[in-house]
Design a protein around this ligand. Sequence first.
Ligand code: UTP
Length: 405
Amino acid sequence: MEIRDLLTKHRQEKLLRHYDALPDGAKARLAAQLEKVDWSLLSLIGGENHTNLRGELAPLGATELAEIETQRVRYTEAGLAAIRAGKVAAVLLAGGQGTRLGWDKPKGTYNIGITRPLYIFECLIRNLQEVTEAAGCPIPLYIMTSDKNNADTVAFFEEHDYFGYGSENVRFFVQEMAPAVSYEGDLYLEAPDRLALSPNGNGGWFSSLEKSGCLAEMRTKGVEWLNAFAVDNVCQRICSPDFVGATILSGSDCGAKVVSKAFPTEKLGVLCLEDGKPSIVEYYEMTEDMVTLRDDCGELLYRFGVILNYLFKIESLTDIANRRLPVHMAEKKIPHIDGDGNFVKPTEPNGYKFESLILDMIHMMDSCLAYEVVREKEFAPVKNATGVDSVESARALLERNGVTL
Ligand code: UTP
């Protein structure tokens, strides 16, 4: 379709003002971006937000630490067997912008060391190496980046020789981007020939994996399970054999590592049942009862928070691949050019970004094993520079776990 017709159809005529004035090459660049826009996102603005509608919620129990201790050997053996058979791959979700940390490079390139360099990516590779050493074989690692950080991420791994993991064991794939819009639904431009785009959320990982050709490669290799995890948890245990084994033995479609909430109002998404299926409810969606109710033993009924470490059966992901994930709209400060072409860096939110979230995939699965881990050993997210979930708190936990900083 002609760009003029496309923009008119989607009520984006304002963009024509910039478009008409562009040289041909720049027109082609903008046209290529516009052709990839998912216009259905715009219909969400001002409409009913279906992501807020919840079914009937009920608590979901977990395989708890005490039980895991009695089964650890069995779980670990089953997990190691699957890893050695090449059935398990790791997927690092590193396409986010990490704005809260205030580090303008990819978050994984942040140096969390004090007396020596220790990069976030390096921490994750070291943790994965513990498992590959125990298994005596490599685990393929797929790293999701975005258009904004792919070049820097790849260059960083090259520069550091993949921290000894072996470039042949690592693949990068790039996630898709979504447009940013004003409250009125007008697409923002970040330059006259460039839309303001941002990564479309960590929920796009499986479709991006498929589009990149990586999924086909995995299938050829015989991979059956994917451990997807966040870039920012430096204590993250990846492809832990016990977790892998427990999930496979449980016969579930997926497993989710969970921690016991430290206090009722802790800002963690909680794994529960929604209309009889596994689901994650964000902390801000929980009712007062859900936050405070306790069982007969005095434990919180909705006790188990997720830490963005999931093991999915590829077959179950393929079954839901054609279903659309809910789209979340987040109010953000979106840098853009105004009608006169001046660059504006807003100090207040001025519109929406659209994201889909991996946690919504859990509700599409028929079953999910909640698997409890010790938070002091496995949960040190680096979201902020200081305070809660920060560089400071992650450093403290790394040291407690014997890592020299
Ligand atoms: P966060 O929700 O913490 O988002 O991501 P973020 O963009 O990294 O950080 P802020 O909110 O701007 O400070 C959780 C995980 O999901 C990945 C992140 O890289 C992180 O591992 N992610 C997030 C993606 O891979 N793609 C996205 O579009 C968003």
